[in-house]
Design a protein around this ligand. Structure first.
Ligand code: UD1
Ligand code: UDP
Length: 354
């Protein structure tokens, strides 16, 4: 199996699958280099016990076309050499699409983990990446029923499997470890349930000055302590837009590793985010989440009342911080049982040449 990864959430998703797969097949890991800062890449390989990539393509940050194009060319070179039985990709980044496209043209079957997600917003680069990857894949591993239905609507039913979400596997496996090993609350002087956790990095927010101004204005008016591990994209855009987070209650820190992140999430009073993964982790860890987007792929979290969509609207964000509460006793699991990785590997072993 050749696995192509490149960005932070993909390392986290690949870890549980790798743990199962390594017992049953040979896995070659290809890192595109989309994320290269040690805090967005190396730390996850170390904490999650993922072996060093067999190939590091070193592509780095570029425009969509240049980045995806260079990855496509370099993944193809690896596939020519390795000639795998199948290619495994995760999620919806440019690394996902480049991996899938390279394999498809070489008639190498593709397995897509986190298939069928849709925001129905084609202005998001992630939406383009997901739709195309799904339509190229032989195995479509869906985390939720909604994802299966989304694929049905696009005429895809062959190769579709409802497996549950590998990010739940990762949370269940690492949650206790995070409480034991992470010292982040002590380091930042945070008390459980007395702080907000903030993440923000989606292009639809960071690349739109109107939305960024509005979100920053909301964060500057927060009256509770907050911690904000800031993605480099956001740091760069704030600088370019000459916006500053001037609220002394908001601690802006570098991106944190997975165990620190889980401990922050599990102990936060509420979470404000535009991340896909963080919305789900908040749900798994039973922390109310406020999503600063106009729509979400994780509609179940909203339907069950555990996630409030505010868009970038300052008043809506502040109102949710103040008032949004969740009764987690009424919420049912919709992301499987934490054994998605095993199901995925079972399907691959059964239906391939492995
Ligand atoms: C990418 C994914 C997004 C995902 C996110 C996870 C695409 C189109 N987007 O967004 O879906 O949610 O990863 O975090 O694939 N940068 C650094 N250091 C790094 C990497 C990036 O400083 O190690 C900066 C660069 O200025 C770069 C910017 O961040 O231009 C954006 O990086 P890029 O990989 O293009 O997209 P992300 O915003 O990280
Ligand atoms: N994450 C992390 N440290 C951080 C921010 C996020 O470990 O400082 C983890 C988070 O717990 C989740 C994943 O990164 O598992 C989500 O990735 P991200 O928000 O970058 O991308 P998205 O899910 O939106 O594609």
């Amino acid at each position: 199996v050749v696995t192509v990864v490149g960005a932070r959430p993909q390392f986290i998703k690949a870890a549980p699958v790798h743990r199962v797969l390594r017992r049953r097949a040979e896995e070659i890991i290809v890192h595109t280099g989309q994320h290269y800062d040690p805090r967005l890449s190396k730390v996850f390989f170390e904490e999650l016990n993922i072996p060093q990539p067999d190939y590091h393509l070193g592509v780095g940050s570029k425009s969509h076309g240049a980045q995806t194009g260079e990855m496509l060319q370099k993944v193809e070179e690896v596939l020519e050499k390795v000639r795998p039985d199948l290619l495994l990709v995760y999620g919806d980044t440019n690394s996902t699409l480049a991996g899938a496209l390279a394999a498809a043209k070489m008639h190498i079957p593709i397995a897509h983990v986190e298939a069928g997600l849709r925001s129905f917003n084609r202005r998001m680069p992630e939406e383009i990446n997901r739709v195309l990857t799904d339509h190229l894949s032989r195995w479509l591993f869906c985390p939720t029923r909604t994802a299966v239905q989304n694929l049905e609507r696009e005429g895809i039913s062959k190769g579709v499997h409802l497996t549950g979400d590998v990010m739940l596997d990762a949370v269940l496996y690492n949650r206790k470890l995070a409480e034991e090993r992470s010292r982040i609350l002590e380091q930042l002087d945070l008390k459980p349930r007395e702080f907000l956790l903030i993440t923000l990095h989606r292009a639809e927010n960071t690349d739109d000055p109107r939305r960024m101004r509005s979100i920053v204005a909301a964060l500057n008016e927060l009256s509770v302590p907050a911690v904000f591990p800031m993605h480099p994209r956001t740091r760069n855009r704030l600088k370019q837009m000459e916006l500053s987070l001037s609220n002394p209650l908001v601690q802006v820190i570098e991106p944190v590793g997975y165990l620190d992140m889980l401990r922050l999430e599990a102990n936060a009073k509420k979470i404000l985010t535009d991340s896909g993964g963080v919305q789900k982790e908040a749900f798994f860890l039973q922390v109310p989440v406020i999503t600063m987007r106009d729509e979400t792929e994780w509609v179940e979290t909203v339907e069950q009342g555990a996630n409030r969509l505010t868009g970038a609207d300052k008043t809506a964000i502040l109102e949710a911080v103040e008032r949004f509460e969740v009764d987690f006793t009424r919420i049912s699991s919709v992301f499987g049982d934490g054994r998605a990785a095993e199901r995925i590997v079972d399907h691959l072993m059964r239906d391939s040449e492995l």
